[in-house]
Design a protein around this ligand. Sequence first.
Ligand code: 6PG
Length: 469
Amino acid sequence: MGQTHLGLVGLGTMGSALTLNIAENGFPIAVMTRNPERVTEFLADAGPLAEKITGCGNSAEALVEALEAPRTIILMVPAGEIVDKLVAQIMPLLSAGDTIVDAGNANFHNTRRRGDIMAREGKHFIGMGVSGGEDGARHGPSIMVGGDPASYAPIKPVIEAISAKFEGEPCADHLGPDGAGHFVKTVHNGIEYADMQLIAETYGILRNGQGQSPEDIGALFETWNAGNLNSYLMEISAKVLQAHDSKTGAPAVDVILDKAGQKGTGRWTVIEALTLGQSASAIEAAVGARGWSADKPIREKAAVIFPETVSPNVDLSTEDMAAALLAGRILAYAQGFQILQAASDHYEWNVDMARVAEIWRAGCIIRSALLDDISNAFRSDLPDGRLLLAPAFTDALQTGTVAMRKLVAAAALAGQPIPAFSASLAWFDTMRKARGTTDLVQAQRDFFGAHGFERIDADGGKHHGPWWD
Ligand code: 6PG
């Protein structure tokens, strides 16, 4: 066992996988978890990698003693109160200059708060987003690091070694101070929600509006995955739709209750977007759709009160469906990056958007062919830093939104809900109108509250309408 500076707390699925990944890359590591028997079991299952791992049972003292300063202790535990408890337990045992890394899906406000507490003691706190599920954690996740860059330096070689690689480059980087890493991960998840919802809506139209079987839709998704719609989520959706339930032999999706869960990151993306004066309508539609799905008993009653009154058929070519899905995905990314930029400006994080897109190209759940084009767009002269205006996406958006229009109109007439597509199209159409209708909203505000407005023929100022003369 070499000199160990690195510890990890939490041997659940993600913590175990990350520890094995770290050990396999040649870095010694000490581990502790709540249940000491789990440490024994984990080491017994680790095979030759156990040589690199020091078990410390459930003792924070033993963990800290096993490490040489400067120490870095990674927490891989569920987000929330348990992180506060562990910080309170471990922080007093650490020396100045030591670091705690929270690798869970924390709310970035908590990360900022915890960072302040640690900083007052001369210790560091890093909020680190890790994406890629269990397989990613074991074989190469995408890693989004925040916090003090100086505290990242000692673990940078470990983080880069264990991360996914895109054309040999690590999909891990320090993206900004304090909560930047966790904020980027939150927005990653928001985009993940939107992309999953767009794929599910596409499936819904093909299934309920065109009568295709899950197997056929899965096969179609497989062909799409070989083209410009290539993505991890497309790939797994194709596999899921072609899978069969071992108990009944039915398509696997047909035995799954249509009530989606959520742990909070998608919702936080929307909350933060609104707080920053932005709107992530495609992401909100996806979060909302999950919420509505959970209202199953009411949906069942409403289905009886409001039976189908229109033909459910949606007459649309698969080419149009694919083009609409690609445009929807571009718009979801555009909203996500816009929120990220707004937060980066507000909190003065100076996040490099191109770098974010680059480290999302492999390892994470939203990895897709599109991300290479997005990082190139950010690296080139992107007008106003907005993906919506990127020349690289103009053609796909032109073609795709024509298809989206047909899809949204046909789905509405057929009574098929596609909230994420509808919200995306409404956002796109709002943004491509140089003059909208909020002139009337401003007039209304001025009429009832004398809030004032800017005139089209004067710079700035607070003008009032003739209703005040
Ligand atoms: C990832 C995933 C991961 C997790 C989400 C799921 O990037 O690896 O996003 O973090 O699967 O938390 O979130 P929901 O349970 O809210 O869908």
